[in-house]
Design a protein around this ligand. Structure first.
Ligand code: ADP
Ligand code: ADP
Length: 596
C-alpha cells in the first residue's frame, strides 16, 4: 500500500452535481439568463469542477483576486499565483443575488452560477502584476484587451464536464489519474508539463527526473489553450502516445492530458503548474529552462529569465508540498553520443541543439528526416505527416486584373505546367464560379465582394488540404483581396497582377462587352464605370502586351519553385533554358490607369 501526495488543501473539490440532481438543475437552468463562456473560461471551469485547482472552488471573487495579484495567495492565505476569473460584458444579463446558466461556445449547458460578486477589474494591473509586462507581444496581454470589464464569482454547480471526443482514454480527472498512479505502486510521482512535441531531450529529462526519486512519471501535457502558433494538440498527443508506448517502461509511466488554458506567465505559471499537478497526485514537478515562456518581447528580449521559474517554485516548495526538480538546458554531445545539462559540460565540449524554427525551416519544410539524436523515428514520422515538405503544401495563386487582361488564359497555361510538375490543381475562375457557387450574384460592390470571398473560402480549404488553387477573378477591391490573403495565410498566397492596360483590354474585347459598356448598355463595368484598385504589393506583375501567356505562366512557376512549392530538381534545368524567368520578378506595380 502506498500513499500518494494528498491534494492541495487536503481534499479534491468536486463541483459536478450527482446524476440524480442533474435533470432538475437542467430544467432550472433553462429558465435562467445565459452566459456564453470563452474557450479559456470553459477550460478553467472544467479544471475547477474536477478539482485540479483545489482548494479553489469558484471563479475568483474580488478578495481572492486582490491577494492573488499582490501576494500570489487566495484570501484564505493558500499560495495561488494565477487569477482564475470569469470576465463578462457589463450588460451580460446577470444580477447579483441571482443565478446564471453557463454555456460553452456551442451553447451546450455546462452549469449554473449563483452570482455573489460582480466587480470591475483593471487590465493593466493584472498584466503588470501577473505577467510583468504590458507588451502586446505577450499573447495573454494581447488577449486581455478582449475580456469583459466585470468579473463574476459565486457558487458553482456543474452539470457535466465539457465533452471531449478526442483521445478519450487519455482524458483523466484528478481522481482517475490518482487511481492509475496508485496502481503503479510508487509514492513518488514526477509530473512533466509540456506544450510541444516531445523529443529525445525531453525523454532524457523525464527519465532522469523519475530515476532521481525512483518515482512514477506522470506525462501531463497541456492540451487546452497553449501559445498561439504551437503545434496542434492532435499532432502532439499522437507523438506523446508513440513515445510513451515505445520508449518508457509501461509500469512507470502514466500519460494523461490536461485541458489547461495556459497563460504563458513564466515563473508564476510554473508555480501554478506545480500546484495543479499536486492535485493529480504528483510529489515532484520538473522545471527546465524557459518554463511556460511567451517568447520574445517587442524589443527582442525574453520576458522572463531562463531559470526564474525554478527559483520561484523552489521558494514555495514547503508551502505547496511539491518538490521542484530543476534542470539546466539539456544539449547533445555528438562525440559522446549523450545528453547533458549545459551547467555540467566537460570543458570545450562540442554540443548541438535544434530550435523549433530550424526544425520547421531546415527539416520538415524540405522533407528532410529529423536527426535520430533529436527525435525518435515514430515521432519524426508523425510530425512529417502534419508538416509535409513545402512541395506538398498548399498554395493559392490569385490572378487579379481587368476583364480581358488575360487572367483565365494565363491560368490555363499555368495549370498545365503545375500538373506537369506533379501538383494537384483546382481552377476557380470568377466567371465560371458565377454559374454555380455564386449563381444569382450581380455586380454591385457587395455582390462582387461576396463572390471574391466565396472563391477565397474555397481556395483556403484547398490550400489547407495541400492543393494548389489557381484563382482568376477581376477582384477589383484591394481590401477584399487582402481579406482573402489573410484567409489563406500570407505564406501560402501569391498575388499576381495581370497588368494589361485598359485600352489593350478594350482592343481585344473578345465578347464585345467593352463596346457595350461604352454605349452604357452594361452598368458598373470595371475600368469604365466601376473602379479597379491595382495591387500595391503583388508578388508578381505580368505584362501581357510584350509577353506570351506561356512566358507569363512560367514566371509564376519560377516564383513557386523559388518558394519551394515545386520539387526543384526537375524544374531548375527547364527554367534556365526557356528564358522566361530571366525577367526580374517584380513586386511593385504601376498605378491603376483604368479607373475611368
Ligand atoms: P512549456 O514550458 O511552455 O510547457 P515545453 O513543452 O517546451 O514548454 O517544456 C516543457 C518542460 O521542459 C519545461 O519544464 C521546460 O522548462 C523543459 N524543457 C524544454 N526544453 C528543454 C531543454 N532543452 N532543456 C531543459 N529543459 C527543457
Ligand atoms: P480575363 O480572364 O482576364 O478576363 P481572358 O484570359 O479571358 O481574360 O482573355 C484575354 C484575351 O486576351 C484572350 O482572348 C487572349 O487570347 C488574349 N491575349 C492576347 N495576348 C495575351 C497574353 N499575352 N496573355 C493573356 N491573354 C492574351
Amino acid at each position: 500500500m502506498i500513499d500518494l501526495n494528498p491534494p492541495y488543501g487536503g481534499r479534491l473539490v468536486d463541483l459536478v452535481v450527482p446524476a440524480a440532481a442533474a435533470a432538475e438543475l437542467k430544467d432550472h437552468a433553462g429558465r435562467l439568463p445565459s452566459i456564453q463562456l470563452s474557450e479559456r473560461a470553459t477550460c478553467d471551469l472544467e479544471l475547477l469542477a474536477c478539482g485540479a485547482f483545489s482548494p479553489l472552488d469558484r471563479f475568483m471573487g474580488s478578495r481572492d483576486l486582490r491577494r492573488v495579484l499582490d501576494e500570489m495567495r487566495l484570501a484564505s492565505g493558500a499560495v495561488f499565483p494565477i487569477p482564475i476569473t470569469l470576465p463578462v460584458a457589463a450588460d451580460a444579463g446577470f444580477v447579483v443575488g441571482g443565478e446564471v446558466a453557463l454555456r460553452d461556445s456551442k451553447n451546450e449547458l455546462l452549469g449554473v452560477m449563483e452570482v455573489e460578486d460582480a466587480y470591475p477589474w483593471d487590465r493593466e494591473e493584472l498584466a503588470q502584476k501577473v505577467l510583468g509586462t504590458l507588451d502586446p507581444r505577450h499573447p495573454l496581454v494581447a488577449e486581455l484587451g478582449r475580456w469583459g470589464p466585470v468579473n463574476l464569482s459565486g457558487r458553482l454547480r456543474v452539470l457535466q464536464l465539457p465533452a471531449h471526443v478526442d483521445f478519450r482514454d487519455l482524458r483523466l480527472t484528478p481522481v482517475e489519474t490518482r487511481g492509475r498512479l496508485w496502481r503503479a505502486g510508487r509514492a513518488n510521482v514526477v509530473a512533466f508539463q509540456s506544450r510541444n512535441p516531445l523529443h529525445r531531450i525531453h525523454e532524457e529529462l523525464t527519465k532522469r527526473a523519475a530515476g532521481m526519486v525512483d518515482g512514477t512519471l506522470l506525462l501531463h501535457p497541456s492540451v487546452g489553450m497553449t501559445k498561439p502558433g504551437d503545434v496542434d494538440h492532435y499532432t502532439r498527443v499522437r507523438t506523446y502516445r508513440a513515445l510513451a508506448s515505445h520508449y518508457y517502461d509501461p509500469r512507470r509511466v502514466v500519460l494523461a492530458l490536461l485541458p489547461l488554458a495556459m497563460r504563458m506567465a513564466g515563473p508564476r505559471e510554473a508555480l501554478w503548474h506545480a500546484i495543479i499537478r499536486r492535485n493529480y497526485g504528483a510529489s515532484h514537478f520538473v522545471v527546465g529552462r524557459d518554463h511556460a515562456s511567451p517568447g520574445l518581447d517587442s524589443a527582442g528580449k525574453p520576458f522572463y529569465g531562463r531559470y526564474d521559474a525554478q527559483q520561484l517554485v523552489a521558494r514555495f516548495e514547503p508551502e505547496i508540498g511539491v518538490k521542484v526538480l530543476s534542470f539546466a538546458e539539456l544539449v547533445y554531445l555528438p562525440a559522446e553520443e549523450r545528453y547533458e545539462e549545459v551547467s555540467k559540460l566537460p570543458p570545450n565540449a562540442l554540443t548541438v541543439a535544434l530550435s523549433g524554427t530550424r526544425v520547421r525551416d531546415e527539416f520538415l519544410d524540405r522533407g528532410r528526416p529529423l536527426p535520430a539524436w533529436f527525435t525518435r523515428p515514430e515521432v519524426a514520422e508523425i510530425l512529417a505527416e502534419t508538416y509535409p515538405p513545402r512541395h506538398r503544401q498548399g498554395v493559392c495563386v490569385w490572378l487579379t486584373g481587368l476583364s480581358g487582361a488575360g487572367k483565365s488564359t494565363t491560368a490555363e497555361v499555368l495549370t498545365v505546367l503545375l500538373l506537369e510538375h506533379g501538383r494537384q490543381v483546382t481552377v476557380l475562375d470568377g466567371d465560371v464560379v458565377r454559374t454555380h457557387l455564386s449563381k444569382g450574384l450581380g455586380f454591385s460592390r457587395e455582390d462582387r465582394d461576396t463572390n471574391v470571398r466565396r472563391i477565397g473560402f474555397v481556395a483556403a480549404e484547398i490550400v489547407r488540404h495541400g492543393g494548389v488553387a489557381v484563382c482568376a477573378a477581376i477582384s477589383p477591391y484591394r481590401a477584399t483581396r487582402d481579406e482573402v490573403r489573410a484567409m489563406v495565410g500570407d505564406d501560402q498566397f501569391v498575388e499576381v497582377f495581370v497588368d494589361t492596360p485598359l485600352d489593350e483590354c478594350e482592343r481585344r474585347d473578345a465578347k464585345g462587352l467593352y463596346a457595350k459598356a461604352r454605349r452604357g448598355e452594361i452598368a458598373r463595368w470595371t475600368g469604365i464605370s466601376d473602379p479597379y484598385e491595382a495591387p500595391e504589393h503583388a508578388e508578381v506583375v505580368l505584362d501581357t502586351v510584350s509577353h506570351t501567356p506561356e512566358q507569363n505562366a512560367r514566371r509564376i512557376l519560377a516564383l513557386l519553385a523559388e518558394r519551394g512549392f515545386l520539387k526543384l530538381s526537375a524544374i531548375s534545368r527547364q527554367l534556365s533554358v526557356d528564358g522566361a524567368a530571366g525577367d526580374e520578378l517584380s513586386t511593385a506595380s504601376r498605378p491603376a490607369r483604368a479607373d475611368g
